[in-house]
Structure formats: structure tokens, C-alpha cells
Design a binder for this molecule. Structure first.
Ligand code: BES
Ligand code: ZN
Ligand code: ZN
Length: 509
């Protein structure tokens, strides 16, 4: 679709990369000329006695008693010209769970991050012109969570689109010591990467198509050090024999591309590879989806957005982890050039694929991109490769929308990802790659079909299909949903969730 509009949606990314925290003032306690002030206290482990001395000047005795006996993670007190909000992020912690090796418990980082949704909700409803945020007794990870949460909670699609800036000015400080520039910068990079991923997913497909997406990625990385973005357009894809990516993108006027982000910091660690599914819209193709199934399919590039967001965080934070990110971008629409069921396509790896269902397009574009990632030689050969994709509806049925399915041929890599997921409380759950399920992909006319003959175990057979393209490289596949229908924690706006950006950054930083 050609789009006629004067909104210049591309420029939103500049505002997002600037970060909301950049407008805040740090380590300043006295605020002048602020008659409409909200005093927020983010309180970590603090004794009764210390609470009393902390709030002596700003709360009445009755209020202080209420706070001390409160069972709520937040209390709001308003009297005379004082507006005091007290948030205790760890109050949300329930008793430690004994099952599943602790994998089900939220981390302190996540509790601190998610509590910032409450603060920004207050700012939105009470509309103060100034907000003084005092962070009391926070450990390093808790402070990091608070700062990332403040960045995430301020994201609003319309604010970015219409280039509105914040009405409220923030002053942020700790009760003890200073907030270091490196701590601010670190949180900004995580927050910005996640918000960029959210914004990419929220953009409609009449704006964000493979070609404009390519342009956005180029701009995002343009001024960063040690990173290059290159793209393979149709002619190169043909030369490279990427028959699967070409077939999926064939019927759209917005031609498919493979974007490659290459990051090589000086003195960096050997490279790893990331691959993200970038279907800017998934109609299902000739095997067209129902209207309910198609409604939200602008988000089918959520895997690539997570990879772009994480890559951006790592580059902004000058990470020592070298990486190659590959993003196969295409639009799966219906047209006269569409591929159809029964077609036999040849993958870049040489394998022939019989198309059983054109709606199983994600694994096709990923297969060709994974092949590029793993067939590099010597110094560019990745230590491991991780792909991220909104690959199947089946995983959401099994695990729920918020939990990513983790598939891997390597226990070590899998454990590392589980650890990172635990740190950030972006939940993943390891799923099995039963090799005997491969029989479901059997084809009598090609090496395999792109979709199992049975509907059972759909996320597993999709994973097994991908595994055919990673050779002997340690590999993990994250089957994500990328979307949250209702606000939760620091994500105040329903829509794209930035799923897996924080987990990937925690893993690689
Ligand atoms: N993009 C979808 C998967 C999807 C659907 C993710 C709904 C999130 C929410 C993918 O391309 C797809 O259509 N997969 C099919 C595979 C099937 C045809 C084997 C599916 O899951 O139904
Ligand atoms: Zn599909
Ligand atoms: Zn899809």
C-alpha cells in the first residue's frame, strides 16, 4: 500500500533514541519554583525507625502510621501543599516458590522496573509540573530497574508520532551517594532499545514495509561506532539463491530484503549471531488467515524488532560482544506472484521444500537467514546463533502470550538464556525438540514440507524445521508473541511489549 500522509513517522525514532531520561535532572534535591510538585519516594528495605525519620517533615503522624502498617505497594498522601507518593517495589514479592528451581519468581530488577508504572500513572492522572523522585536504599540492580522502568513507562505511541515532549520535569536522586552517569547511560540503553522495538512493532504495515524498515534500521545505527548496516536487495538475494525469502516476499510491491547489522568493537569478544523474523504483515498468503487471525499481523516482525532493539542497546552501551544480526524482511501478502501450496522451493542451503501451507512463512525466511549466519567461515563464524520470531500460534496456546518458547540444540546456551530471562523476568520456557516428530515434515517430492501434516505440537515441528538449517552451530530459537493486550508493570500502553530485548541484552552485555 502506498501511504499518503504528512506525519513523517520516521522521525519518531530520533526522539526515542534521545531517551526520556535525558530530560530528567539527576542528583538534584532542591527544586525551585515548583508549586505543582509530586514528591515520590521509591523505598527499598528500610526499618520502621528509618521510615519515621525519612518522612518526618512530609507526613503527619497518622499518615506515617498508615504507611508503616500498609499492606499495599504504594500509598499516596495529599495535604496542604504536599503531594507524597510512596512506592515500595519489593512489597509485591510473594513467598519464594520452591518448585521449578526458582524460575517462576520475579527478580528484584523486574519488581523495581514494573513498580515505575505506578509512578508514571500517578504523574498522568495528577499532572504535576515537577516530580521529585527519591530512591531510598536501592541496591545496584534495583536502581537499574527503577531507571529502566521510568524509561519504559513513558513510552506512548501517539506522543512519539506527534512529537510531544513530557509535561512533567523529573528530578531523580538517591538518599545515599550519587547516581552515576554510567548507571544512567546503562539504563537508557536498555530502555531505548526496548522502546524502539515496541515502536517498530506498533507501526502499521502501510508505513513499515521491508523497504522503509530497511531505511529506519540504517538511520538508527548511522552515528554509532564500530557498527555497519548492509542490505541484500532482490538481485543479491537471487545471486545468493535465497529461494525461500524470495518466494515469501514475491507478491508484494515492497520487495524483500536481508538486513545485516555487523558490530565489531575494538578488543571485542568473538562474534555471536542473532536472527529475527521480519514479516511486516502476514496475511497468511494464498492460505489466507481469518479476519480475527489477521487483525494483529502487523506485529509479525516482532522478532526482528527485538533483535534491532537489543543490537541498538549493545551498540549504544559500547558492549564488548561482537555480533552479526540478520533480519529477513518480507511482506506475506496475496497477489498474482504469490507462492502456493504444492510449490517446491529451494533454500539457500540447497534443501528442497514442498510448500504445505503458505501461512508457515516465518520458518522459510528464517531458514535462509540462519543459513547465512552459520555458513560464515573462520573469524566470522558465530559462537552461537539465536533466532527470535513470532513463529507459531501454538506456542501461545501452550505457554500463554507472555512466555517465550525456548528451543535449543545446546544445553549450555539454553541455561545461559534461562539465567538472563530470570534476571529480567522476561519469561522463557524450554521446549523439547523430539527428533521423531521430524517425520511430520516428511515430503514425498522434496527434502521436507514447511508445515507438519498434523496440527499437534506445532511449535515443536516449527523448531525442528529451523534446526535443519543451523548445521552444527549451537543454536536457540525463541518463539515469542511480542504483544500485550493489557497494560502491565512498566508497560502502560497496550500493544507491542518489546519482548526479549532485555533478556538478550542481559545475556550479551
Ligand atoms: N505469524 C504466524 C504465527 C502467529 C500467529 C504468531 C498468531 C502470533 C499470533 C505464523 O506465520 C503462522 O501463521 N503460523 C501458523 C503455522 C501453521 C500454518 C503451521 C500458525 O501458527 O497457525
Ligand atoms: Zn503465517
Ligand atoms: Zn507469520
Amino acid at each position: 500500500m502506498k501511504s499518503l500522509n504528512s506525519l513523517n513517522w520516521q522521525s519518531g525514532f530520533q526522539q526515542l533514541s534521545q531517551s526520556f531520561l535525558k530530560e530528567a535532572q539527576f542528583n538534584t534535591k532542591t527544586i525551585k519554583g515548583s508549586d505543582n510538585l509530586l514528591r515520590a519516594f521509591i523505598v527499598f528495605k528500610t526499618s520502621k525507625k528509618d521510615l519515621t525519620s525519612l518522612f518526618k517533615g512530609s507526613l503527619t503522624n497518622a499518615q506515617l502510621n498508615k504507611l508503616i502498617n500498609s499492606k499495599s505497594p504504594y500509598e499516596y498522601f495529599s495535604h496542604a501543599d504536599e503531594n507524597v507518593l510512596v512506592i515500595r517495589p519489593l512489597y509485591l514479592t510473594s513467598k519464594p516458590l520452591k518448585a521449578h528451581s526458582g524460575l517462576l519468581e520475579p527478580s528484584d530488577y523486574a519488581l523495581s522496573r514494573d513498580a515505575m508504572g505506578m509512578l508514571i500513572n500517578f504523574v498522568k492522572t495528577k499532572s504535576p509540573t515537577h516530580c521529585r523522585v527519591e530512591i531510598v536504599n536501592a541496591l545496584q540492580t534495583q536502581l537499574h530497574g527503577v531507571l529502566v522502568g521510568l524509561e519504559l513507562a513513558q513510552y506512548e505511541f501517539k506522543k512519539i508520532l506527534h512529537k510531544k515532549s513530557n509535561a512533567c520535569k523529573f528530578y531523580i536522586f538517591k538518599n545515599k551517594g550519587r547516581i552515576l552517569d554510567s548507571q544512567i547511560k546503562n539504563a537508557q540503553t536498555v530502555g531505548v532499545g526496548t522502546n524502539v522495538a515496541r515502536h517498530l512493532v506498533n507501526l502499521p504495515s502501510n508505513w513499515l514495509n521491508p523497504q522503509t524498515y530497511k531505511g529506519v534500521i540504517n538511520k538508527l545505527f548511522k552515528n554509532l561506532a564500530d557498527v555497519q548496516v548492509s542490505t541484500w536487495s532482490e538481485a543479491t538475494l537471487e545471486k545468493e539463491k535465497m529461494g525461500l525469502l524470495l518466494a515469501v516476499g514475491a507478491s508484494s510491491p515492497n520487495k524483500p530484503v536481508l538486513v545485516h547489522i555487523k558490530y565489531r568493537p575494538r578488543g571485542g569478544k568473538p562474534p555471536i549471531a542473532l536472527v529475527g523474523k521480519g514479516i511486516t504483515f502476514d496475511t497468511g498468503g494464498a492460505d489466507i488467515k481469518s479476519s480475527a487471525g489477521m487483525r494483529n499481523m502487523k506485529k509479525d516482525m516482532g522478532g526482528s524488532a527485538a533483535v534491532v532493539g537489543a543490537a541498538l542497546s549493545l551498540c549504544m552501551n559500547k558492549s564488548k560482544q561482537s555480533f552479526d544480526a540478520y533480519l529477513p524482511l518480507a511482506e506475506n501478502v496475496v497477489g498474482s506472484a504469490s507462492f502456493v501450496p504444492g510449490d517446491i522451493l529451494q533454500a539457500r542451503s540447497g534443501k528442497t521444500i514442498e510448500i504445505h501451507n503458505t501461512d508457515a512463512e516465518g520458518r522459510l525466511v528464517l531458514a535462509d537467514a540462519l543459513d547465512v549466519a552459520v555458513s560464515k567461515s573462520t573469524k566470522d563464524k558465530p559462537k552461537f546463533v539465536i533466532d527470535v520470531a513470532t513463529l507459531t500460534g501454538a506456542i501461545k496456546v501452550g505457554l500463554g502470550a507472555e512466555v517465550a518458547g525456548l528451543f535449543s540444540n545446546d544445553d549450555g546456551l539454553s541455561l545461559k538464556i534461562q539465567k538472563a530471562s530470570e534476571n529480567t523476568s522476561e519469561r522463557v520456557w524450554r521446549m523439547p525438540l523430539f527428533s521423531d516428530y521430524k517425520g511430520a515434515l516428511h515430503s514425498t517430492v522434496a527434502d521436507m514440507t514447511n508445515c507438519a501434516s498434523s496440527a499437534f505440537g506445532g511449535a515443536i515441528t516449527a523448531g525442528l524445521f529451523l534446526q535443519e538449517f543451523v548445521q552444527d552451530v549451537p543454536w536457540a530459537h525463541l518463539d515469542i508473541y511480542a504483544w500485550a493486550d493489557t497494560p502491565k508493570g512498566a508497560l502502560l500502553e497496550p500493544g507491542a511489549s518489546g519482548q526479549m530485548v532485555q533478556c538478550l541484552v542481559s545475556l550479551l552485555n
